[in-house]
Ligand binder design. Structure first.
Ligand code: ADP
Ligand code: MG
Length: 166
């Protein structure tokens, strides 16, 4: 990924902010290189849907997209400073449903938080090491002349059945 996903996301966010007059922040910490293309595509899709929701529903002035690692999972977080999720509970439409389904297909989960603003968080399994492990792998891979394989963990039904809101 990281050579394509991170710059793509950053660019998307910048364009988004300019177009809608919303201040944007992007951060990515400890993301492994060479993530599977399928995982990259899902991360990008999640960010797009979440940002669409920010424009449509949040009345936000600021949005933050943060990627990180948490217990071996890739964490995708989109936070805004808008009005927050509906007090009576979220009626998932196609946007949140597709995020949830895509996360679930990879054995991940979606959680939503509110107050102040809205927070969408998705955890996606990805076998990845920290920076130290990564640099070790790079040496091996340089010798092998190819990228390290990263395994997608599927079928984590307990996670997949997690509720839409937390
Ligand atoms: N960032 C947000 N701020 C406030 N409400 C939100 C936000 N994102 C989603 N929502 C709420 O969640 C609902 C479902 O979103 P979604 O599934 O994308 O469907 P849609 O955008 O078509 O309404 C929205 O109708 C809205 O009430
Ligand atoms: Mg939507």
């Amino acid at each position: 990924m990281t050579r394509t996903l991170l710059p793509s996301l950053a660019e998307h966010l910048t364009t988004f902010g300019e177009r809608h007059g919303i201040k944007t922040e992007f951060s990515a910490e400890g993301i492994p290189e060479n993530l599977p293309a399928e995982l990259e595509a899902v991360v990008y899709h999640i960010a797009q849907e979440a940002l669409t929701n920010v424009v449509r529903h949040a009345r936000a002035h600021r949005v933050q997209v943060a990627l990180g690692m948490e217990a071996g999972m890739l964490r995708v977080e989109i936070d805004d400073d808008g009005i927050g999720l509906p007090a009576g509970g979220v009626q998932a439409g196609t946007g949140l449903a597709s995020i949830r389904e895509q996360a679930r297909a990879l054995g991940g989960r979606l959680t939503l938080g509110s107050g102040p603003g809205a927070r969408l968080r998705v955890l996606l399994p990805c076998r990845a090491g920290g920076p130290a492990e990564r640099s070790g792998r790079r040496d091996v891979d340089a010798a092998a002349g190819r990228s390290p394989p990263l395994r997608l963990v599927r079928g984590a039904t307990a996670l997949a059945r997690a509720p839409l809101s937390s």
